[in-house]
Design a protein around this ligand. Structure first.
Ligand code: NG6
Ligand code: CA
Length: 534
């Protein structure tokens, strides 16, 4: 409960807002939470499904480190990301805003400008203002540069450093897209000025080798798309030339993320810090380090899960060595659900056997069925979080507001518009609840949304189509009815469309969804919650 002083602060800010003196009304968390300054580490996996790790039921693969994290913390059974593709989930995780509200938040192409504009409040800018050291390490895929796009041979800004990160060490897009270089803060690392980097979407010369012209030279063949410039025996989406000294090997990415994270954690062990560890596993091209290749029964996709698990283990080991585990909230999540063949012939589909990467849910990446957005979701804070399991609904989009509450930072009214405060649920506090509703989206291109509200879920397909409804098949676009209704509790696999049986529920959820879209926000204004009754 807020104490008197807090209520007075809130009332005062309501009064100021009412006078029109400031639109940035603030809500102060309870006083006992203001003194805590735990570190925050968010580990976001890429394309990892609900059923891909052993603590969520996988039997074809063992993930001892992720299992240990879950065993020491809370294993959420209703943890979500907000979209079934990468860019919109990451956009929403950082900004706390539903991506479908903003155009241009779908999967970013290689030369995408920065999607999150400088000046936008993010989880990183909020923590930075609170004195946290902030870093993002791994995959970015949220664009770089002004509206003209990235200036690869000069300063790459705006980017992460303009929205609250003190430092970054990144793969600029996603590794099936060009270029294969590291971004360190504002520059491509090791770029030799005599060999400038050019990136484009048109073939640069008639004799430029591609996945089509030089297919027989590839070490991993493509299945759809991904047949432009070749680097490291793998053809990609998009073209590039130059920057040879800067190019990395796909096999070394995970080691590099761990190395850079250890450096960051060690350098900042005495300060509060926020680390966004954005793994590239298990996205295509799946090319794990040689020491993981062939180590699972599931082909390179499974081997990449083992590599991800190793990274989690290294991060936990580092926190232990630095004696930080009891002062660090670790969140483990994924950016979207699973896909088998996402453009390369890496054996994922052929070797899947009885493994169900989305668990018992339907659909995966690109879909608004549960498999697209319900993923492993774990929180751990040794000594503070009691090991348990939770069926509270929490989402990656909730982290900005919840972390603000954790550190006692005020959230401007205009920020984090769809990020709900679910801190109690994230920490497993008794009687604390998560969300009662959540909107999830696909990439945005096919206009699919779903509203989870209590036990019900409404799917809306504005273009009557969906992709990847059956994960253990080749990607296929299928016709969908405009609307479907499921009872998620009775029918978690979303097999019985109850549209005809429950028209009143359909109408209620359709109206709720329309209101959410029209209102432009779902996070209640603190002033609204505490306004005095007349
Ligand atoms: C799709 C790509 C897919 C993957 C995805 C982004 C094709 C045919 N498919 O357009 O391979 O790159 O975009 O994945 O090009 S995500 O996880 O980063 O959203
Ligand atoms: Ca992804």
């Amino acid at each position: 409960m807020p104490d008197r002083e807090d209520l007075m602060i809130v009332s005062l800010s309501v009064f100021i807002a009412a006078l029109g003196l400031g639109e940035q009304a603030i809500a102060q968390p309870p006083i006992e939470q203001r003194n805590q300054r735990p570190n925050v580490v968010v580990i976001m996996a890429d394309d990892l499904g609900y059923g891909d790790v052993s603590c969520y039921g996988a039997t074809a693969i063992a993930t001892p480190n992720i299992d240990r994290l879950a065993g020491e913390g809370i294993r959420f059974t209703q943890g979500y990301c907000s979209a079934s593709t990468c860019t919109p989930t990451r956009y929403s995780f950082l900004t706390g805003n539903y991506a479908f509200r903003t155009k241009g938040t779908g999967i970013a192409p290689p030369n995408s400008p920065a999607i999150i504009k400088p000046g936008t409040e993010t989880i990183a800018s909020l923590l930075q203002r609170e004195g946290y050291a902030t870093a993002v390490i791994g995959k970015w895929h949220l664009g770089l540069g002004d509206e003209k796009g990235p200036n690869w041979n000069h300063e790459l800004k705006p980017g992460p450093l303009e929205i609250g990160f003190d430092s970054c060490f990144l793969l600029p897009t996603t590794n099936d897209r060009v270029p294969q270089v590291y971004l360190q803060n504002h520059r491509v690392l090791n770029l030799d000025p005599v060999d400038p980097l050019w990136v484009g979407d048109k073939i640069p010369s008639a004799n430029h080798p591609t996945g089509i012209t030089h297919r027989e030279t590839l070490k991993m063949d493509w299945s759809h798309g991904h047949n432009s410039t070749i680097h490291n025996g793998i053809s990609r989406i998009g073209f590039y030339t130059g920057g040879h000294a800067a190019r990395f090997r796909d096999e070394d990415l995970a080691d590099k993320w761990v190395e850079k994270s250890r450096e960051f954690l060690t350098a900042n062990k005495d300060e509060p810090f926020f680390l966004f560890f954005a793994s590239h596993d298990v996205h295509v091209p799946r090319m794990p380090h040689e020491r993981f290749q062939g180590k699972s029964k599931l082909g390179f996709r499974g081997d990449s899960i083992l590599q991800l698990d190793w990274c989690v283990g290294e991060l936990m080991k580092t926190l232990d060595e630095l004696k930080l585990a009891e002062n660090t909230l670790v969140v483990f999540c994924s950016d979207n659900g699973p896909v088998m063949d996402d453009g390369y012939q890496d054996g994922a589909l052929e070797k899947v056997g009885s493994h169900r990467s989305a668990g018992h849910y339907t659909g995966g990446k690109y879909s608004v069925y549960e498999g697209g957005t319900r993923t492993p979701f774990i929180t751990r804070w040794k000594g503070r979080i009691q090991p348990s399991e939770s069926d509270q609904i929490v989402c990656t989009i909730d982290l900005p507001t919840s972390v603000a509450q954790l550190v006692g930072a005020p959230v401007p009214d205009t920020a984090f518009t769809d990020s709900l405060e679910v801190l109690g649920a994230l920490l497993g506090e008794r009687d604390a609840s998560g969300r009662d509703h959540l909107v999830v989206q696909d990439n945005g291109n096919t206009g699919s949304l779903a509203l989870r509200s209590g036990d019900w879920k409404l799917h809306r397909y504005d273009q009557n189509k969906s992709l990847n409804v059956v994960v253990e098949q080749k990607l296929k676009r299928v016709e969908m009815p405009a609307v479907q209704l499921f009872n998620i509790v009775d029918d978690p696999a979303e097999q019985n469309n109850l549209l005809a049986e429950h028209p009143e529920v359909v109408q209620r959820l359709q109206q709720q969804l329309t209101e959410i879209l029209d209102a432009g926000r779902t996070r209640p204004l603190p002033s609204a919650a505490t306004a005095p009754v007349e």
